[in-house]
Design a protein around this ligand. Structure first.
Ligand code: FMN
Length: 154
């Protein structure tokens, strides 16, 4: 079995990411992630333009992509929250799951509501809260019946 790791990081967009910019980013990411067997999820908070991303796969593939992500001028303040080995993927089916979220939606997530009520951003998440967010996403918290609207599925 090849070794598996995940990287969880947050960043802040340096430009407006509307639906067409996001669609282009996702389309390219999904194609290229599939080629190197990377999976994961991306959240974009439309209230403050921040990103939260989970990437999972083999260490060499993660290194290569993360170097590119660090240099990507479309965002800044790239903050690595967690990098560690994992026993299995949480997003095996998704070359990149995606949802747009607002601060109001984030404030509804159990276990994270106090954090987001203070107006904190993804880049301030600690490892424990980042994992809660990962779990909320992988359990389908972003499906429309929970949040009523903007969530889209990979
Ligand atoms: C928030 C954010 C998330 C990204 N996620 C991915 C991703 O999952 N996979 C990917 O290939 N590129 C992703 N990119 C794009 C990379 O930074 C880079 O532009 C892309 O890998 C193209 O590299 P290349 O054309 O030099 O090979 C992301 C960029 C941003 C701003």
């Amino acid at each position: 079995m090849p070794s598996l790791e995940h990287i969880i990081y947050a960043s802040v967009a340096t430009q407006h990411f509307g639906s067409s910019e996001l669609a282009e980013l996702l389309q390219k990411s999904r194609t290229s992630n599939e080629r190197v067997a990377l999976t994961g999820m991306l959240l974009h908070c439309d209230s403050d333009g921040s990103f939260f991303q989970v990437l999972e796969g083999e260490p060499a593939a993660l290194d290569q992509l993360f170097q590119k992500i660090l240099m990507d001028k479309r965002h800044s303040h790239v903050t690595l929250i967690i990098r560690e080995p994992i026993a299995k993927r949480s997003f095996a089916e998704w070359s990149m799951g995606f949802s747009g979220v607002s601060q109001a939606q984030l404030r509804k997530i159990p276990g994270l509501n106090d954090f987001f009520r203070k107006g904190s951003s993804f880049t301030e998440l600690d490892a424990g809260r980042a994992k809660n967010l990962l779990i909320a996403f992988s359990e389908g918290y972003w499906r429309p019946e929970h949040l009523g609207a903007t969530g889209t599925w990979a």
